[in-house]
Design a protein around this ligand. Structure first.
Ligand code: 13P
Ligand code: SF4
Length: 376
């Protein structure tokens, strides 16, 4: 869902980068510990320069929750991240997103109405009490609340394996102290690739997985298939990570026979199968740091993180797996003019672009997030 950001005053759009940087720095000094600026790994360098903490989506929300002294949390990331931060922070903390158009196209591929329709369809065919809904962190608060209400959990790209193992405990019968789970099927949304890659990691085969197309009744599956498969994968994807292809891996390997390929699990299974290492943004950062000096490393993730890793490790060659890769266009919306506009608003006593999740949704979403924390 696209939320409209009103155009910024000329004072912000006409100012030079140096002037804006000086203004953001001055506002941060004025606000002191009342302000926390968080920067996701995919943000531009000029924004990261002002981040009090950088990290992945979940790590940053936890960081904000652990810094209760910050009244204002400016989340330089995308909308679902700011929502998660609002859910996990205290009632005295306000979360701001510098540009309201910074959504996530993958998160927007599943909305509550669609998920409820598919759930009702599934209910006609199987006992839904044995279907565990799992939502990737990259989803709206409304979907996190849905899984919280239906005995499911949230997962991130670093703990998806543990969460699916918990969810499918009826099939992998190790007892779990965490209530919920114990299903014989998972409905996984919105990223089919993370779900599929994790399913293969756990030993499931292609025949154990079905893709749910939200525009078709029963997701376009036959009743027989719904009954037989263990993983129902929502037909969503990340347009940035889906671009990486087998051809990119083959070209890189031909040019750099000893090279290392590291991919994010939002990439397709074909790419993940060919990669040397696969993991979340935090994992990728560690894997590049751990690679020997002199390595040539192709990374299948968003270009700002790849470029930052390249500058950070001058003794290694770090390139994008796709030489023509484009940035995440929604992350890219957060820039110095928008950052300056929100922090100067705070200095003037005006809270701009506050992101709030209503209390009922937040309570159910928190259940799903806390289950995740208890599991992994
Ligand atoms: P992380 O949770 O690993 O930061 O990933 C977020 C994301 O949007 C990946 O595309
Ligand atoms: Fe969403 Fe993909 Fe951008 Fe991550 S990189 S925020 S999944 S569109």
């Amino acid at each position: 869902m696209i939320r409209l950001q009103s155009p910024l005053p000329d004072d912000y759009t006409r100012a030079s980068q140096d002037e804006l940087a000086a203004r953001v720095a001055a506002a941060k000094r004025r606000l002191g510990h009342r302000l926390l600026v968080l920067g996701h790994h995919y943000q531009r360098d000029e924004v990261i320069a002002f981040a009090d903490a950088t990290g992945d989506s979940f790590g940053l929300s936890r960081y904000a929750a652990g810094h209760g002294e910050a009244e204002f949390v400016v989340f330089c990331g995308v909308h679902f991240m700011a929502e998660s931060a609002d859910i996990l922070t205290g009632p005295h903390q306000q979360v701001l997103l510098p540009d309201l158009n910074a959504g996530c196209s993958m998160a927007d591929m599943a909305d509550l109405d669609q998920v409820e329709e598919i759930w009702a369809d599934l209910d006609q065919v199987v006992d839904v009490s044995s279907v565990v809904p799992i939502t990737y962190m990259n989803s709206s608060a409304a979907l996190k609340a849905f899984v919280g209400r239906h005995a499911g959990a949230v997962c991130t790209s670093s703990n998806a394996r543990a969460i699916l193992t918990w969810a499918l405990a009826a099939l992998c019968p190790s007892p779990s102290p965490v209530p919920g789970g114990r299903g014989d099927k998972v409905l996984f949304f919105p990223d089919q690739h993370l779900g599929r890659n994790t399913g293969f990691q756990l030993g499931y085969g292609a025949a154990d997985m079905g893709v749910i197309d939200p525009r078709r009744r029963l997701g376009g599956l036959e009743e027989r298939d719904v009954k037989e498969v263990s993983l129902l994968l929502w037909k969503g994807h990340c347009s940035v990570h889906q671009r990486f292809s087998v051809d990119h891996v083959e070209r890189f390997r031909a040019a750099h026979p000893g090279g290392i390929v590291i991919a994010h699990p939002e990439c397709s299974h074909e790419v993940v199968e060919l990669a040397d290492e696969v993991g979340s943004t935090d994992f990728i950062i560690k894997a590049v740091a751990d690679a020997p000096a002199g390595s040539v490393i192709a990374v299948g993730t968003e270009i700002h993180l790849v470029n930052r890793l390249s500058s950070l490790h001058a003794d290694r060659t770090v390139v994008s797996l796709d030489p023509l890769v484009c940035p995440c266009s929604t992350m890219f919306r957060i820039d110095l003019p928008h950052l300056a506009w929100v922090v100067e608003g705070l200095v003037e006593g005006e809270v701009r672009n506050r992101i709030t999740v209503d209390a009922e949704t937040a309570a159910a979403a928190r259940v799903a997030l806390e289950r995740m924390l208890a599991i992994a």
